[in-house]
Each structure stands twice: as structure tokens, then as C-alpha cells.
Design a protein around this ligand. Sequence first.
Ligand code: FES
Length: 159
Amino acid sequence: MELSKLEAMLEGRESQPGQLIEVLQDMQATFHYLPEEGLRTVAERLGVPPIEVFRVANFYKAFTLVPRGRHLLTVCMGTACHVRGAPRLLGATRGQLEISPGETTEDGAFTLERVNCLGCCAIGPTVVLDNVYHARMTPDKMRTLIQAVRKQDEEKVNA
Ligand code: FES
């Protein structure tokens, strides 16, 4: 964790407990997780008891205490998606990324998660990649999607 980035997030928010969730959102977006040392600093600087900071960090699904990849890929395994082929889709995705749900690829590019419903059952199997919904997914479409993201990442590095 780069301390200077955390310092920048806390600027103008000192002793403002009401800023807790916004600061945690900024930390999650910047570091892709909430480092323990960062949470302790946030508690001290905002004037929030550490136990409350850790409670909030654990309560919201958007926050994670372990590092996530640069891209979060969520596969729905709810009943509607299940009957439309989600198990085959998840299996193919696991094979392509070489990780299981809850894990992150070695290069830190992707974290794979599974959920039980994304609330759009009619368009399943559904996946969400970096907050963008993809409908009627197939293993082939997933392969293309992952390849496109990898290519975009490479282009950013080489730019
Ligand atoms: S079961 Fe997949 S979106 Fe509802």
C-alpha cells in the first residue's frame, strides 16, 4: 500500500467520522482491497473506533480485506442461470483463468466470484465484469471477453 495515496485520500477528511464509507470506497478502488494497516490509519485519522472501521469493512460486499485483481468477474449461479448453462460457463471460465471462485489470477488481472442471483434472470446466464453486465453468456463469449480485457491491459502497459 502506498502511504502517499492514502494520505491524499484523507486530506480534508480528518476528524470526520461521516466520511468513513467514502474513504473505504476510495481505498478499495485504489488498492483493490482494504489493507489492515490502512484501516488502522483511517480509524485514527477520522476519529472512528477501529472496531467500527473493521465492522463496516466486513459488512459491505463491495469491500474486501484480501487483494483483488484489477478486474472483478462475477458469474451468476442462481437457478435461472443454472438451467441456462451457468455451470458449463463457470467451468470454462475456471479453466481459462486457471483459478476457482474466490481466487485471483497470479498476474493480479482477474478475481473470479460466483453469486446466487444478479437480479436479471431473464437474460442469463449472466456475468458482471467490472460492473458491466453481460447477457446470455456462453463459454465462447466469455473467452472473447477475457481476451479483450487482457489485450486492453497490454495496450495500456505499452502505451
Ligand atoms: S439467477 Fe442469474 S440473474 Fe438471477
